[in-house]
Design a protein around this ligand. Structure first.
Ligand code: DUC
Ligand code: ZN
Ligand code: ZN
Length: 487
């Protein structure tokens, strides 16, 4: 038979097209797209439902140990099972360097964690917190060449942050090696200054986390990061943008033609600072950085999703249980600055955006696909293998029931976190069947894939990371004045 599997009669939607047709799969890849394809060894009737490319969640923290030693609640089994139930077929997770770590060891450890457990495909971004000579001269360039073509740096957190000088070093390396730098942009000293004053007056409850990370801290750091990247003529991607201040800085840069990309996440559309104001520390469950803001910020984020300022919508799934292993590791009444930062969301990422974004008429279906899958594949060097409904692409498909009504309840989700910030919210639309490389991973709400059946995806150097060729004017001046290149 020509096909191992035919997904028949789907309303097939890509980032640009919508066609009622069949998709034929052979050896895990898409081998035919058309009407009335010949019978396959296995047939799945899509019944006129949408068929999307499998979701790509390009910002997840799985089985990651934080700099203060707290382990995320999800390992690569529960994390990928949960992702798959929500329509995601590829995750990019962080392999986090803590100071003193060699990158080679970090990567080896994360591979060991993921290999035996993942049920869907995965890749790793590095987190660089210690740009030593060995890291910058040898380890990072080598890893970039081996398929780890993006990394994240932090401008805040004592144990992770890089100063501007180090950021310049990192940007210079990214430019030279063709990697994409992801940036956590918040002004460290503004947060530190405010935190000290809040704690001094006894304002320690979780809600003060939202006060201690002001929007201006995000706006300022975003502008600064963009300036440093522009100076070195290297693209960058600002992660988890939450505020109009951040969005404005990004828009200004994009308006000047710079390659500045940006990501936002469900918590900035569906939560506000008021969700941190709950009795008995419960607000800790919604503490993340940057924090959720207010309704005007939510509107600004929706607008920036619709107008293309954001290219990716990821979960920033950073799962910590509401107990002493996670959120309350520093005690049941710990001050806000000692609460592990992060919220869960990888299973609900696509359903939330579909329900409120597509059905709420804020974005169209193509933008939904672009934001949840296709653009991440392009930005991070996986396209067209991932994020594409084309012959030769991996058969990562989601058959999506647009009418299914769901009342969100953690007990129906598949992560190991113990709560969801979206409990009780009513949404419409949920995946019916999820296929990864032609394998049925989820069917009728049941997990069908084996532990360890997900594959590591080495990534190409992405065109997103190619410099514009616009070095700062001082480069020309330097040449004219007769000195050697310092870039
Ligand atoms: N940054 C992240 O990317 N995730 C969780 C917390 C943080 O600060
Ligand atoms: Zn971050
Ligand atoms: Zn994150």
């Amino acid at each position: 038979m020509e096909f191992d599997l035919v997904v028949r009669d789907g309303n097939v939607v890509s980032a640009t097209e919508e066609v009622f047709c069949d998709i034929g799969v052979r050896n895990g890849t898409i081998a035919g797209i058309g009407k009335k394809l010949p019978k396959g060894e296995r047939e799945i009737d899509a019944g006129g439902n949408y068929v999307f490319p499998g979701g790509i969640d390009s910002h997840t923290h799985i089985e990651q140990r934080s700099s203060s030693g707290i382990l995320c609640a999800d390992d690569f089994y529960s994390g990928t099972v949960s992702a798959a139930h929500g329509g995601t077929t590829t995750i990019l997770s962080f392999a986090a360097q803590h100071r003193g770590d060699s990158l080679e060891k970090v990567i080896t450890d994360y591979h060991t964690r993921a290999k035996e457990k993942a049920v869907i495909d995965y890749g790793f971004h590095l987190i660089i917190s210690d740009p030593t000579e060995a890291v910058m001269e040898d380890e990072l360039p080598e890893l970039i060449r081996n398929g780890y073509t993006s990394f994240k740096v932090y401008m805040t957190y004592d144990a992770l942050r890089l100063d501007d000088y180090q950021m310049l070093d990192v940007f210079a390396l990214a430019r030279r090696e063709g990697a994409l730098t992801m940036i956590h942009a918040e002004n460290h000293d503004l947060i530190r200054w405010l935190t000290k004053r809040l704690l001094e007056q006894g304002a320690i409850a979780p809600k003060f986390h939202a006060v201690s990370h002001p929007r201006l801290a995000e706006g300022e750091a975003t502008s600064r990061a963009i300036s440093l990247a522009e100076f070195l003529d290297t693209p960058c991607l600002i992660v988890h943008v939450s505020s109009e201040e951040g969005i404005d800085a990004i828009k200004r840069a994009q308006g000047r033609g710079l390659k500045v990309f940006a990501e936002t996440c469900p918590q900035y559309l569906f939560l506000t600072a008021d969700d941190l104001d709950q009795p008995d520390m419960a607000g800790a469950m919604c503490c993340c950085s940057p924090p959720p803001r207010d309704e005007a910020s939510q509107e600004a984020v929706w607008r920036a999703l619709a107008d293309g300022t954001f290219q990716v919508f990821s979960s920033d799934h950073a799962p910590y249980r509401f107990d002493e292993t996670g959120k309350l590791s520093q005690g049941a009444e710990a001050p806000f600055d000692k609460i592990a930062n992060g919220v869960p969301g990888l299973e609900l990422r696509m359903p939330l955006l579909f329900s409120e974004g597509v059905l709420g008429k804020r974005i169209d279906l193509h933008r939904f696909v672009e934001l949840t899958s296709t653009r991440a594949a392009k930005l991070y060097g996986m396209f067209p293998r991932k994020g594409s409904l084309s012959v030769g692409a991996d058969a990562d498909l989601v058959i999506w029931d647009a009418d299914k009504e769901v009342t969100i309840a953690w007990e129906n989700l598949h992560d190991d976190v113990g709560y969801t910030p979206y409990e009780g919210r009513k949404i419409r639309g949920w995946p019916l069947t999820v296929l990864s490389r032609g394998r049925v991973v989820v069917e009728d709400g049941e997990m069908k894939a084996e532990r360890g059946s997900g594959q590591f995806i080495p990534r190409e150097k992405p065109s997103s990371a190619e410099p514009l060729g616009r070095l700062a004017p001082e480069a020309g001046l330097l040449k004219r004045f007769g000195a050697g290149d310092v870039w």
